[in-house]
Design a protein around this ligand. Structure first.
Ligand SMILES: [Zn+2]
Ligand SMILES: [Zn+2]
Ligand SMILES: [Zn+2]
Length: 323
């Protein structure tokens, strides 16, 4: 299959095949295994794939190989604030994207916006700064996590960076008084500074930092800050969904949902192959069946049903998805 991955492998051979790089074949096989994985993967996931492909190497060698692949521009490393795991993704030369990271479920959405790219250059120039590269990471809650959330949540479930309004303090009189002495009463806004699972939560109220234990934080009910226009509070959305209008890969759409194709990622050949099946920008696609346990996903496009591999499906990004 002469697609982008094939090109990458040929380039790797061309770069090293004649140099007598030590353990060349093993390195090459690691590249092959890595190219089979889509998205953002940890070293452990790469190790699993490598093992599945029948190669036995120790983790140190694998790590060294991945670092080399990054240096050579075949892979790039991403580390998000959510947890500090280093993730690797394919690096497609000449193609740039930024990330949105769901701090609840860890979902990663790739996006690119030309206006935003230009704005960053303009901003740098305004400060007399010549921009070479940048990373744009937006942290928040994905559409699914947002939809699962109620109108009111306990403070313990608010996310880092979120500003919330205290609506109700569901505690006994003694505890109520303790909260009141800390300045925590209904109607005030607090910001979540940090939280640790099962542990303490640090909040800012006015210019004060307060530390609450998980038990206390679960007694304070808060209303998350107003969502952007057009989003109803139950998360099902109104007519227009400016906030959620970013595209998602088909693999992240639930069965029954449909939307229009925003773009098809991947190399020239895989895009052409998908194009022949009717997957073009602007075309409506509907997910018929998709289960986490299956390797394929059933979709309907232009009146035809297709079973796409998850790998292919992850290249097709859809926007204006029906709520
Ligand atoms: Zn960018
Ligand atoms: Zn999420
Ligand atoms: Zn990415």
């Amino acid at each position: 299959m002469p697609d982008r991955h094939q090109q990458e492998k040929e380039q790797f051979r061309r770069l090293f095949g004649w140099r007598g790089l030590d353990r060349f074949e093993e390195r090459f096989q690691i590249l092959e295994s890595f190219l089979k994985l889509e998205g953002h993967v940890s070293l452990a996931q790469i190790a699993d794939q490598v093992r599945q492909d029948g190669l036995r190497v120790d983790n140190e060698f694998l790590l060294q190989c991945m670092e080399q692949l990054c240096r050579l521009g075949f892979a790039s490393q991403v580390v998000f604030d959510r947890d500090e795991t280093i993730l690797y993704e394919h690096r497609q030369l000449g193609v740039h994207h930024d990330h949105m990271i769901c701090t609840k479920c860890g979902a990663i959405i790739e996006f690119k916006d030309d206006d935003l790219e230009d704005l960053q250059k303009k901003m740098a120039a305004k400060y007399g700064f010549f921009m070479l590269q940048h990373k744009m990471e937006i942290y928040g809650l994905c559409e699914q996590c947002m939809a699962q959330r109620g109108h009111l949540i306990p403070l313990s479930r608010a996310r880092i960076g979120e500003k919330v309004e205290i609506v109700n303090v569901a505690a006994g009189r003694k505890m109520q008084m303790r909260f009141a002495s800390m300045g925590l009463r209904t109607g005030i806004f607090v910001e979540i500074i940090s939280s640790a699972i099962g542990g303490q939560i640090v909040i800012a109220s006015d210019c004060n930092r307060l530390i609450l234990c998980a038990g206390m934080a679960s007694k304070i009910w808060v209303r998350p800050e107003k969502r952007p226009e057009g989003i109803s509070n139950d998360g099902t959305g109104g007519e227009s969904l400016p906030f959620f209008n970013e595209s998602l890969p088909i693999t992240r759409m639930a069965p029954g949902k449909q939307g229009s194709i925003a773009r098809v990622n991947g190399g020239h050949f895989s895009r052409r192959r998908l194009g022949k099946m009717g997957f073009h920008q602007g075309v409506i696609v509907r997910v018929i069946n998709s289960s986490p346990s299956s390797d394929s996903i059933e979709v309907m496009v232009r009146g035809h049903r297709f079973f796409l591999s998850k790998k292919d499906a992850s290249k097709i990004f859809v926007e204006n998805i029906t709520p």
